[in-house]
Design a binder for this molecule. Structure first.
Ligand code: GDP
Ligand code: MG
Length: 442
C-alpha cells in the first residue's frame, strides 16, 4: 500500500550524511510511482513530485534532522498542502434554515452521513431536519427514518400532499416545513446511481435549484480508487458542489481518492466518515489524513520535537569543547541531560535516532526522573565542584547528598557515570560523529 511504499522510499536515504541531488531524484521517482499505484490522479502526482523535489533541493541543511527525516517532513507538509490544509467550517445561512444538500453515487454513504451530520449539528445546538429526497430505491425513505431516529433528528418524508413520488417537491416542501417550524438546518438526502447517470444528475440539479443550498456536499467513497476523479468531475459539472465528504475511511482506502479529489476539483474535503456507527464521523483534518497516508504519526511528532529541542548553537559549542581538550563539566552534563528531557519520552525515540541499535536497551531503561535527581545533585555543588569533580572528597559528597536530598552512593554513581560519559563523548567527537545531543550520557 501507499504507506509501505513511501516508507520504503525513505529507507533508501537511511545512513546518508546529506541529501544529494541524485538521492532526491531517486526518492521523488519512487514517491511518484507509489502515488500512481495508489490511484492518485496524474496531474496531482505531477504537482506533488515537483513540489517535493523543489522543497528538498532548497531545504536548508538541518542540524536536527537526518536526510530521511528531512524528506519525510517535506512529503508530509506537501501531503497536508494537497489535502487542503485546515478544513473550513460549514457555511450557515444568514437567515435560517441553512440548506445542506448531499450528492453522490449510490452506496457512497449519503443517507448514513445525513444522520451523522444531523447528530453532530444537534450536539452543537442546531436543530436539524433530514429530508428524504431519495425516492429511487424502495427502502431509501425508511432507511433515513431509521438512522434519523437513532440520531435523534426528525425526518421529513414524502406523504400525500408534500410530493409523493417527486423528490424535488419533497425537497421543496421540506425546506418550507423547516422554515415554518424554525429548524435551523435542513439536510437533503438525494438518490444516487451505481454509476454516473444523466437522469440522476438532472434530478440532483433540479433539487439544487428548488432548494438553493448553502452547501452541496459531494459524498465520496474513499475506496473507489481511480474512479474517484471521474466521478468527482462528473458531479462538479452536473450539479456542482461546495465541499467533499470522504466516507469509508475505516476501510483499506489507499488514500488516493483523498489526494486526488481535492487536487482535481479544488474543493475542500470537509468531513470524514470512518465507520457505520453514527459517531464514526469527524471534521476532516488534512494533517491527520497525511500522517495516515504516511503512517508515521509518531515519527512526525518526534521530528518536530527534535527540531524544537535541538539547540544548534549549544550543540556546536559542545562539539568544539569535546574536540578540544575535553573541558566537559558536570554543568555541561546537566545541560545535555536537560536537552534529552526536552525531547519528551525517550522510549519513543527508539528507531528514530540513527545508529541506535546497541543503545536500545539502555534507552529502554532510561528513567526521566533520573534527570531530576542529577539536576538536584548538580545544583547542590559549588561552581568549582561542577567544573572539576575530582575535588569531590568524602565530606563534600556528604554535604551535596544532604543538600540535594540524595545519598552519597547516588553522588558516587553520578560521578562515575559522568566520567564514563566524558570518555565516550570524547571518542565520539574525535570520530567526527555528530549524534543527537547528549547521546553519550546513558
Ligand atoms: P447512500 O446510498 O449514499 O445513501 O449510502 P448509505 O448511507 O446507504 O451507505 C451504504 C452502505 O455503506 C451502508 O451499509 C452503510 O452502513 C455503509 N457506510 C456508510 N458510511 C460508511 C463508513 O464511513 N464506513 C463504513 N465501513 N461503512 C459505511
Ligand atoms: Mg441513500
Amino acid at each position: 500500500n501507499l504507506s509501505d511504499r513511501l516508507t520504503a522510499s525513505f529507507k533508501q536515504l537511511r545512513g546518508k550524511g546529506r541529501l544529494s541531488e541524485a538521492d532526491i531524484d531517486a526518492t521523488v521517482a519512487e514517491i511518484r510511482r507509489a502515488l500512481l499505484d495508489a490511484d492518485v490522479a496524474l496531474p496531482v502526482v505531477r504537482t506533488f513530485a515537483a513540489n517535493v523535489r523543489e522543497r528538498a533541493k532548497s531545504a536548508e541543511v538541518s542540524q536536527a534532522l537526518r536526510p530521511a527525516q528531512q524528506v519525510i517532513k517535506i512529503v508530509n507538509a506537501e501531503l497536508v498542502e494537497i489535502l487542503g490544509g485546515e478544513a473550513r467550517d460549514l457555511r450557515f445561512a444568514k437567515h435560517p434554515p441553512t440548506v445542506i444538500m448531499l450528492a453522490g453515487l449510490q452506496g457512497a454513504g449519503k443517507t448514513t452521513l445525513a444522520a451523522k451530520l444531523g447528530r453532530w449539528l444537534r450536539e452543537q445546538g442546531h436543530t436539524p431536519l433530514l429530508v428524504a429526497s431519495d425516492l429511487q430505491r424502495p427502502n431509501a425513505v425508511t432507511q433515513l427514518q431509521v438512522v434519523g431516529e437513532q440520531a435523534g433528528v426528525p425526518v421529513w418524508a414524502p406523504e400525500p400532499g408534500n410530493g409523493v413520488g417527486d423528490p424535488v417537491a419533497v425537497a421543496r416542501s421540506g425546506v418550507q416545513h423547516a422554515r415554518d417550524k424554525q429548524y435551523s438546518v435542513v439536510i437533503v438526502d438525494t438518490a444516487g446511481r451505481l454509476g454516473v447517470d444523466a437522469e440522476m444528475m438532472q434530478q440532483a440539479a433540479d433539487i439544487r435549484d428548488a432548494t438553493s443550498p448553502d452547501e452541496i456536499l459531494f459524498v465520496l467513497d474513499a475506496m473507489i480508487g481511480q474512479d474517484a476523479v471521474t466521478t468527482a468531475n462528473a458531479f462538479a459539472e452536473g450539479v456542482g458542489f461546495t465541499g467533499v465528504v470522504l466516507t469509508k475511511l475505516d476501510g483499506d482506502a489507499r488514500g488516493g481518492a483523498a489526494l486526488s479529489v481535492r487536487g482535481v476539483t479544488g474543493k475542500p474535503v470537509m468531513f470524514a466518515s470512518t465507520g457505520e456507527k453514527l459517531t464514526d464521523f469527524e471534521r476532516f483534518h488534512a494533517d491527520r489524513m497525511a500522517s495516515r497516508i504516511l503512517d508515521m504519526g509518531d515519527i512526525l511528532t518526534l521530528i518536530e520535537q527534535a527540531e524544537r529541542a535541538f539547540d544548534a548553537e549549544e550543540a556546536e559549542a559542545m562539539a568544539a569543547k569535546l574536540a578540544g581538550d575535553g573541558d566537559f563539566t558536570l554543568q555541561d552534563f546537566l545541560g545535555q541531560l536537560n536537552q534529552l528531557k526536552k525531547m519528551g519520552s525517550m522510549k519513543k525515540m527508539l528507531g528514530m535516532l540513527p545508529g541506535m541499535g546497541q543503545m536500545r536497551e539502555q534507552l529502554e531503561n532510561f528513567d526521566e526522573r533520573e534527570v531530576d535527581r542529577v539536576e538536584a545533585i548538580v545544583h547542590s555543588m559549588t561552581p568549582a565542584e561542577r567544573t572539576n569533580p575530582k575535588i569531590l572528597n568524602g565530606s563534600r559528597r556528604q554535604r551535596i547528598a544532604k543538600g540535594s536530598g540524595t545519598t552519597v552512593a547516588e553522588i558516587n554513581s553520578l560521578v562515575e557515570r559522568f566520567d564514563q560519559a566524558k570518555t565516550m563523548m570524547r571518542q565520539m567527537a574525535r570520530g567526527g560523529g555528530k549524534g543527537m545531543p547528549g547521546m553519550g550520557m546513558m
